[in-house]
Design a protein around this ligand. Structure first.
Ligand SMILES: [Zn+2]
Length: 115
């Protein structure tokens, strides 16, 4: 469980711009041309970003994710993308509770440490 959790949730610097030259992870997944100014390009690289985007697309839909990102200021988009990825990967792992399952577990740890 611990190992899977680390794999699924480790973003350690992995979210970041695609080195121009190939499509970003989102466009690679959607098999479309990655245009200059692609809303996803700064956040989904063509390596791990593709897997992250696949989860985001499955849970929220690519179009909804793009609309959401366009509505918020550029300097807040990274936080939004990290959150979208976190929730999407958690939902993929736990279809019933998603990230709420993780919250329950943390809440229980707090509860146990208080009592
Ligand atoms: Zn793109």
């Amino acid at each position: 469980m611990r190992e899977r959790e680390k794999e699924g949730m480790d973003y350690g610097g992995k979210i970041g711009g695609s080195e121009r030259g190939g499509p970003c992870g989102a466009c690679k997944f959607l098999r479309r041309k990655c245009v200059k100014g692609c809303i996803f390009a700064p956040y989904f690289d063509s390596d791990q970003g593709t897997a992250h985007f696949a989860a985001v697309h499955k849970v929220f839909g690519a179009s909804n994710a793009s609309k959401l990102l366009m509505r918020i200021p550029a300097h807040k988009r990274l936080d939004a993308v990290v959150t979208l990825c976190y929730e999407a990967l958690a939902r993929a792992r736990d279809p019933v509770y998603g990230c709420v399952g993780h919250l329950f577990a943390l809440q229980q740890q707090v509860h146990l440490s208080i009592n």
